[in-house]
Ligand binder design. Structure first.
Ligand SMILES: [Zn+2]
Ligand SMILES: [Zn+2]
Length: 448
């Protein structure tokens, strides 16, 4: 770091904060003409953007700041405001923590979408194979000519990545909804129906009409799902997969599959945050060099750029993150979200904010097997290093999605303990917790 540049930068920033534009410009431009390092250069450009007389110059300064340091959060934020991606009135008051939304316990008819066939009055369900809706009785699909919703979901469309800057600097990035059970009057049969806490869809238990809570997330400072991976597995398919999985489980007590009692799995669209992350890991270690016939320990170090696609963090506590990873969801194949896709499937509402989940995502990224692989590649280029340690990490989120993933949540009981088993409702992949046999238990205790 250049000390000369540092002093000039301090003077320039102070002048900019005091709104002494000419003085600030004098020092900040001087910083750019010294031996400033890349961080100082980014700071100088950023503060020049703060005193820029017009939008054109402001944009050019911000772009220069980001060219020097692509992760500069304030520069990204100000550029998002300039582009109209982030409105200042959407930004939280930093003096107070952002409060979660506490929904009203009664839902009005206007808060709900009801799925009844316009042709015969029977209930309609999301057609998971073709997309769109289908009448459970007469087979009518609204996509057909004359239907109220023209055009069913095209399978070729994909749900895109969302802009992180305009989310993390807005209230919606920090907010979540407190799980509250809510009631409404079924418009089809007049019964009072309850939507369980933490859910956004239900079926009337009296007339089976599917209802979806649809209150407009953006207006409530919450995030609307980006995409949905439709259910392709029925309850009996899911049950059969669990049975086979228990039979094939290894290192488990004898007779597990015969003695375990299974409960019927329940379907849920699970809200899951997915993050694309880029980062740098600085590492150091030792290598041995031979000098005058003697081996000498030499300190080496470097940095490795890392990239992660779709790091998953569950938005609720229904399924453990470790199990979720094992289900291997194809999160690049999400269909763009539409509430119709949830008709007749229970859907959970996220209770972990995008901001909180992003912290977990950075930790999870570091522990991914691909991180080790990427690090090893980087270490290979510098020869063999010993006792390598990670010194610092600098991870930033590039983009994110809020995915609704289809999961059959099951459980089985063995010797008085209950274990969770989950099935990927799209591919049939199974993951679950198992009791360990005595030998495995001893081995685990020994290894700590
Ligand atoms: Zn019908
Ligand atoms: Zn009803």
């Amino acid at each position: 770091m250049s000390d000369n540049a540092r002093e000039l930068l301090i003077l320039g920033v102070e002048a900019a904060k005091a709104n002494s534009v000419d003085e600030a410009r004098h020092y900040l431009e001087w910083v750019l003409n010294t031996d400033a390092d890349i961080e100082q250069e980014a700071d100088a450009w950023y503060w020049l953007s703060r005193i820029a007389p017009d939008h054109v110059e402001k944009r050019s300064c911000l772009e220069s700041a980001l060219a020097a340091n692509p992760r500069y959060p304030e520069a990204r934020r100000d550029l998002a405001i300039l582009d109209g991606r982030l409105a200042p009135d959407q930004m939280p008051d930093l003096r107070y923590p952002v409060q979660p939304l506490v929904p009203s316990s009664h839902l009005e008819a206007s808060d709900l979408l009801m799925y009844k066939c316009p042709r015969c009055g029977a209930t309609m369900s999301a057609n998971s194979i073709r997309g769109g809706l289908k009448c459970n009785f007469c087979g009518y699909t609204p996509g057909e000519p004359g239907g109220p919703h023209a055009g069913a979901q095209s399978v070729l469309q994909q749900a895109g990545e969302q802009d992180w800057t305009s989310t993390i600097f807005a209230r919606k990035g920090h907010r979540w909804e407190v799980p509250v059970s809510r009631t409404f009057t079924c418009d089809s049969c007049g019964a009072t129906v309850m939507v369980p806490a933490g859910q956004s869809s239900t079926q009337c238990p009296f007339c089976a009409t599917p209802h979806i809570v649809h209150t407009g997330e953006e207006q409530r400072d919450l995030i609307e799902p980006t995409g949905v991976l439709p259910f392709a597995l029925s309850a009996s398919d899911a049950f059969a997969r669990i049975v086979r999985w228990l039979q094939d489980a290894q290192f488990v007590p004898e007779g597990l599959s015969k003695l375990a009692t299974q409960s019927v799995p329940r379907p849920v669209y699970l809200p899951v945050w997915t993050y694309d992350i880029e980062g740098d890991v600085r590492w150091s270690g030792y290598t041995y060099q031979t000098e005058f016939g003697r081996s000498k320990k030499v300190r080496v170090g470097g940095s490795a750029p890392l990239l992660f696609d779709d790091v998953l963090v569950p938005g609720t506590k229904s399924v453990e993150a470790v199990l979720l990873d094992q289900l291997k969801f194809e999160t690049n194949n999400l269909l763009p979200f539409s509430p119709d896709m949830l008709a007749s499937w229970p859907t959970e509402i996220y209770s972990i904010s995008a901001a909180d989940a992003s912290v977990l995502a950075r930790e999870r990224a570091l522990r991914q097997p691909s991180t080790t692989a990427q690090l090893e590649t980087s270490l290979l280029t510098t020869g063999t290093a010993h006792e390598t340690v990670i010194e610092t990490t600098d991870f930033s989120i590039i983009s994110y999605k809020l995915a609704l993933l289809p999961v059959w949540i099951g459980a089985y009981t063995f010797e008085g303990e209950t274990y969770q088993v989950v099935v990927n409702g799209s591919s049939g992949e199974v993951a679950g917790n198992v009791p360990r046999n005595k030998f495995q238990q001893l081995l685990n205790d020994f290894l700590g």
